[in-house]
Design a protein around this ligand. Structure first.
Ligand SMILES: *Cc1c(COP(=O)(O)O)cnc(C)c1O
Length: 416
């Protein structure tokens, strides 16, 4: 592509273009960080007003029944399910990915142990998002029964790392740093052929790429709603457990919301018969209510249309960065093959942190990940082709004029 007009022409032909109006976007910002925190759906502010004013303010305690609060984790789970190839009553929206991983790994360890107690290894990738690894480490320490976390440095090592000692392979579908995407069907089959259970983290997949959990026969999955699903900062995550595993074992965070009859106030814990047992305690209703506004936008399209635009956006971004910023030390770390690419594109630059701060100061918001990685997320519901063009032009200016060398761009905030 050689001109901005060509990008505008792609926007005119984009079947998703009108959905952008359903987001409260700042007119002066090009937002390429929806993979970290999605933008607010326009409906979210009104929904928050209703939840706080009418449901909380007027309904008060009655709203647990009358506003459907108590059912919300399950109802939103059912609304989210089609986006990830899940069936009704297989998903609940609750807690955080970290907490949900603890629940699922704990249940999966027991399932694996019942099948073959010699299997004591959890396999994952060293490049996985650290909280996934930290939770596995914490659980292993808690179990204190000789479990081990085995980490591979490259996806090609997984077939040998997963062996007859492996209980669970805990794999993040799309890598948070590089955007590398696993072949979920092939890897789930490999994990099963080796006799292990497949636990998938969909943090960078849900709402970003098509996922078919039941189709591939996965065993467990978690994901979050504040990234591509636009649920809001810290909005609750989700848990998927297929019907065949739901009643195998209950998870250890056996709080009253997971009880089969919470208001019987039974002193003995009895898990719910289905997906409800993956709940723990009282959920944050204000935050959870807003998750629905994000999901409602997805109901107006489908993941295939979203995927087609996502690939077109990342293809264009990679092409333009390489064509227009080719003289600078930028190295693509995201796979070029479509089948291996999620919905973001990352480039290494020796001064990646400073370059990103200089971009943000000019209204192009991406983010930075150690070491040296500039990360740009593409969210087809509200990102335009012209945004891609303008973002690359801004990157070119920042690099040509070396504005990133200004001392203020080296200062680090608590969150990068
Ligand atoms: C974003 C992300 C998380 C976040 O976990 P929380 O417990 O929800 O903070 C976890 N895992 C992966 C792979 C992520 O990308």
């Amino acid at each position: 592509m050689n001109t901005r007009e060509e990008a505008l022409a792609l926007d005119s032909a984009d079947p998703l273009a009108s959905l952008r109006d359903q987001f409260a976007l700042s007119p002066t910002t090009i937002y390429l960080d929806g993979n970290s925190l999605g933008v607010p759906p326009a409906a979210a502010a009104q929904r928050a007003q209703t939840v706080i004013g009418a449901e909380w303010g007027e309904g008060l305690i009655r709203s647990w029944n009358t506003a459907g609060w108590f059912e919300l984790p399950r109802r939103l789970g059912n609304k989210l399910a089609p986006l990830i190839g899940a069936a009704d009553n297989e998903v609940v929206v609750t807690d955080t990915i970290s907490i949900n991983l603890f629940k699922l790994l704990s249940a999966a360890v027991r399932v694996a142990n019942a099948r073959d107690p010699k299997r004591r290894v959890i396999v994952s990738e060293r490049s996985n998002f650290p909280t996934d690894l930290y939770i596995a480490q914490g659980l292993i320490e808690q179990l204190d029964r000789g479990y081990e976390l085995r980490l591979v440095d490259d996806p090609s090592e997984l077939p040998t790392a997963i062996g007859d000692d492996t209980a669970i392979a805990m794999i993040t579908h799309v890598n948070y740093r590089t955007g590398y995407m696993h072949d979920m069907a092939a890897l789930t089959k490999l994990i099963h052929d080796k006799g292990a259970l497949a636990l998938w983290d969909l943090a960078h997949s849900a709402g970003a790429v098509p996922v078919d959990l039941n189709g591939v026969g996965a065993d467990y999955a978690v994901g979050c709603t504040y990234k591509y699903l636009n649920g809001g900062p810290g909005s609750p995550a989700f848990v998927w457990v297929p019907k065949r595993h739901q009643n195998d074992f209950s998870q250890p965070l056996s709080g009253w919301w997971g009880h089969r009859a919470p208001f019987k106030m039974d002193p003995a814990y009895q898990p719910d018969d289905g997906i409800g047992r993956f709940l723990c305690g009282t959920q944050p209703m204000v935050s959870m209510s807003l998750v629905e506004c994000g999901l409602d936008v997805f109901l107006q399209t489908d993941m295939q249309t979203i995927r087609a635009k996502s690939l077109a956006l990342t293809d264009l971004f990679i092409e333009l960065v390489e064509a227009r910023c080719g003289e600078f030390p930028l190295k693509l770390v995201t796979p070029r093959e479509h089948a291996q690419r999620g919905s973001h594109a990352s480039f290494e630059h020796p001064h990646g942190y400073e370059v990103m701060q200089a971009l943000i100061a000019r209204g192009v918001i991406g983010d930075y990940r150690e070491p040296h990685v500039l990360r740009f997320g593409f969210t087809p519901l509200y990102t335009r082709f012209v945004d891609v063009w303008d973002a690359v032009e801004t990157l070119r200016e920042v690099l040509t004029q070396e504005t990133w060398r200004a001392p203020e761009f080296a200062a680090r905030g608590a969150v990068t």
